[in-house]
Design a protein around this ligand. Structure first.
Ligand code: RM4
Ligand code: MN
Length: 388
């Protein structure tokens, strides 16, 4: 059995980043449902993110998405966040919501549109300079819908050129995280559809580029932990966008659809010694809470990541290795399943008490009155949403 004190120390050091867009209104292409009390500004999203950290103690940063979180003064936004007890984390670029991007952004056949997209990515680096954010996260909707629509190879060349320009603008302590997604909104080709494409670009760029694994961005049945193991081995796992999916890019709460998969992924991270922040693997949530209340959903998501991490840390590694060495197929599997089947909730409740937190973060949030307060206070204005 692993040493419980060491397990608790690792859990206490883990950092999980919340996404600002999870606090705004979101929906599907059919309907965006509005909820009362939703933030109207970037600062109000930060207020909500601060609640997630207040009750979990392990979510001290919030990712921003530009232009959804556009403000006049990013240094002031960063100071405001610090006053609320959180920091501004990853800066997410958005080159997918402008009419100009109908045929793509950085891989668009029109050089003027490519320049516009690159200018936005530079703007994101300027924001990082102002906020002190370390990571620029890039996800491109670029691709084609019909065979013959554009040259697959030419699009890769344009993408590579744009990435190189942006990479050259990074400071020594900044990283570029390149996310991939199988399909949607493009339905025939996507320019960064998979981890192999992302990794090839990152390797060509240099050591400050790394791959982001969004757990919702694969074909059904993909063995994500295998991808994670390979990227860790190559030193190119920049981080995760955690969420769950039943069908496509569903953006549901992490650990809701397949907690066993989440455990298997985190087991690979534990084996690589990469749970702690110093390892450079960013644990980010990328979720939308279309119908459920958003702040408790984020709290629950953080707890789900913690539970899967705790189970992964509980794997008896010497016993696992011994079983593997001796070819004990069932024994090795049993070691893993024993850890997975452990109820880690008491361990985490105890950890929270050690940290001076309520052992039940969701109940504590409900008792706090914050949900009622934002409904009463946030009257008027335009609720934040992913389409505004
Ligand atoms: C994309 C991708 C990005 C996220 C946007 C909102 O599908 O997952 O990470 O920023 O959605
Ligand atoms: Mn994502």
């Amino acid at each position: 059995m692993p040493d419980l004190t060491a397990v608790k120390t690792a859990l206490r050091a883990q950092r999980i980043e919340t996404p600002s867009w999870a606090f705004g209104n979101t929906g599907t292409r059919f309907k965006v449902f509005t909820q009362p009390g939703v933030p109207r500004t970037a600062s109000e999203k930060i207020d909500d993110a601060a609640q997630v950290h207040r009750f979990t103690g392990v979510a001290p940063s919030v990712a921003v998405h530009i232009p959804w979180d556009k403000v006049d003064d990013y240094a002031a936004l960063s100071s405001y966040a610090k006053e609320q007890g959180v920091a501004i984390g990853t800066v997410n670029a958005n080159v997918f919501q402008d009419d100009d991007y109908r045929l793509g952004s950085v891989a668009n056949p029109d050089p003027a549109i490519r320049r516009k997209a690159v200018a936005h990515l530079f703007e994101c680096i300027d924001i990082m300079d102002a906020t002190g954010s370390a990571d620029l996260k890039l996800w491109f909707a670029d691709g084609t819908n019909y065979p013959g629509q554009d040259s697959i190879r030419a699009r890769q060349d344009r993408l590579a050129d744009a990435l190189a320009e942006v990479y050259a603008r990074l400071a020594a302590d900044q990283r570029m995280l390149l996310e991939y997604k199988l399909f949607e909104p493009s339905f025939y080709t996507t320019d960064v559809p998979d981890w192999g494409t992302s990794l090839l670009h990152c390797v060509a760029l240099g050591p400050q580029a790394a791959v982001v694994v969004d757990t919702g961005h694969h074909a059904p049945g993909t063995n994500i932990e295998f991808i994670v193991a390979l990227l860790l081995r190559a030193g190119r796992l920049g981080g995760f966008d955690f969420n769950s999916r039943f069908y496509a890019d569903d953006d549901l709460m992490v650990g809701a659809a397949d907690p066993f998969q989440l455990f298997r992924i985190l087991h690979e991270v534990v084996l690589a010694g990469a749970i702690g922040p110093e390892a450079g693997v960013a644990f980010m949530l990328d979720q939308c809470h279309n119908i459920e209340p958003k702040i408790p959903a984020q709290i629950r998501s953080v707890m789900n990541v913690q539970e899967a991490t705790a189970k992964a840390l509980l794997v008896d590694q010497p016993a696992l290795e011994a079983a593997q060495r001796s070819g004990d197929v069932l024994g090795a599997n049993a070691v893993l399943m024993d850890a997975y089947n452990t109820d880690v909730r008491p361990l985490l409740a105890g950890l929270r008490e050690d940290m001076g937190l309520d052992p039940d973060p969701v109940a504590a949030y409900h008792r706090s009155g914050y949900a009622e307060k934002i409904v009463a206070d946030r009257v008027g204005g335009t609720p934040a949403s992913w389409d505004s």
